[in-house]
Design a protein around this ligand. Structure first.
Ligand code: NDP
Length: 331
């Protein structure tokens, strides 16, 4: 029998958590043969709701689900986990300053990092979803020094998938035939959805998206803003933020990281910058990556035109500012 993998979901009683845990229990994240034990953490006011989610998981009788830990104790939640999906965070409320929200999240991510540092399995892989995702991940890295920095990532796969979706709608092609879009930078409105290297599989072979769309104004204008503002559009329509697509993309992120990206295909992940593409080292920044044997690497050697360069720099600048703000909350 295959040993179960322990997967932590924080903020598990929330919207994204509710969509995410059944996906994990069904094998969407780690494949149809991998048993899992779910560790669900939430804060005391959500304890009763969390227990309700646990009851539903039992009632769903998922064959791959070998156990459920539902707790408000951070140490218990982190014990022995192989994968940690950090969805819990302090939401921005009306009237709150950016600095106040940052300060709340810095203290949450600092304490959760310490718990992972002490109690998680060696080589635990971490995905931060809660906003500000890149900077929360950076704080987590700072306070969990024994977790390799390559194991700490943040979610930009939803933005990546949204970009694939927009191209597929525009060209009326299957989304699975579109590949190699890139999300650069911050999971915020300064992110840069880039199709310069994206292609579509057609009956006449692989074609560049730019050639097929043949409308650079759209690609440099409405396409980018639609992807950047998709979250707000969903809130407007649903009166709730995107949860199913966020959960689904979190599964995509971990699956491709652990099981590998398909040949010739890259995906976007927020990872610790090594200075590639002249992005300042030491930021958590979204890059195109491939993954093999559970290790991602940044795709190298892509040409960056002047338009893209400006966008890469602008989102890096925002992340540098966020980093400074986060560190000012620590002192
Ligand atoms: P959601 O489950 O909708 O969202 C959780 C987090 O994911 C938020 O920070 C949200 O950011 C972020 N997020 C990132 N990408 C997306 C996306 N594409 N769409 C929507 N959200 C995205 O929030 P809920 O309020 O339903 O649940 C949060 C849970 O966290 C609750 O159960 C709560 O009890 C728990 N919590 C835990 C805390 C802790 O650990 N100390 C503190 C506060 C809450 P954004 O806010 O920008 O939408």
């Amino acid at each position: 029998a295959i040993d179960p993998v322990r997967v932590l979901v924080t903020g598990a009683a929330g919207q994204i958590g509710y969509a995410l845990v059944p996906m994990i229990a069904r094998g969407v994240m780690l494949g149809p043969n991998q048993p899992v034990i779910l560790h669900m953490l939430d804060i005391p006011p959500a304890a009763e709701a969390l227990n309700g989610v646990k009851m539903e998981l039992i009632d769903a009788a998922f064959p791959l689900l070998k156990g459920v830990v539902a707790t408000t104790d951070v140490s218990e939640a982190c014990t022995g986990v192989n994968i940690a999906v950090m969805v819990g965070g302090f939401p921005r409320k009306e009237g709150m300053e950016r600095k106040d929200v940052m300060s709340k999240n810095v203290s949450i991510y600092k304490s959760q990092a310490s718990a992972l540092e002490k109690h998680a399995a060696a080589n635990c892989k971490v995905l931060v979803v809660a906003n500000p995702a890149n900077t929360n991940a950076l704080i987590l890295k700072e306070f969990a020094p024994s977790i390799p920095e390559k194991n700490i990532t943040c979610l930009t796969r939803l933005d990546h998938n949204r970009a694939l979706g927009q191209i597929s709608e525009r060209l009326n092609v299957q989304v699975s035939d579109v590949r190699n879009v890139i999300i650069w930078g911050n999971h915020s409105s300064t992110q840069y959805p880039d199709v310069s290297h994206a292609t579509v599989k057609t009956q006449d072979g692989e074609k560049p998206v730019r050639e097929l769309v043949a409308d650079d104004d759209w690609l440099r204008g409405d396409f980018i803003t639609t992807v950047q503002q998709r979250g707000a559009a969903i809130i407007k329509a649903r009166k709730l933020s995107s949860a199913l697509s966020a959960a689904s993309s979190a599964c995509d992120h971990i699956r491709d990281w652990v099981l590998g990206t398909p040949e010739g295909t890259w995906v976007s992940m927020g990872v610790y910058s090594d200075g590639s593409y002249n992005v300042p080292a030491g930021l958590i920044y979204s890059f195109p990556v491939t993954s093999l044997n559970g290790e991602w690497s940044i795709v190298q050697g892509l040409t960056i035109d002047e338009f893209s360069r400006k966008k890469l720099d602008a989102t890096a600048e925002e992340l540098t500012e966020e980093k400074a703000l986060a560190y000012s909350c620590l002192s």
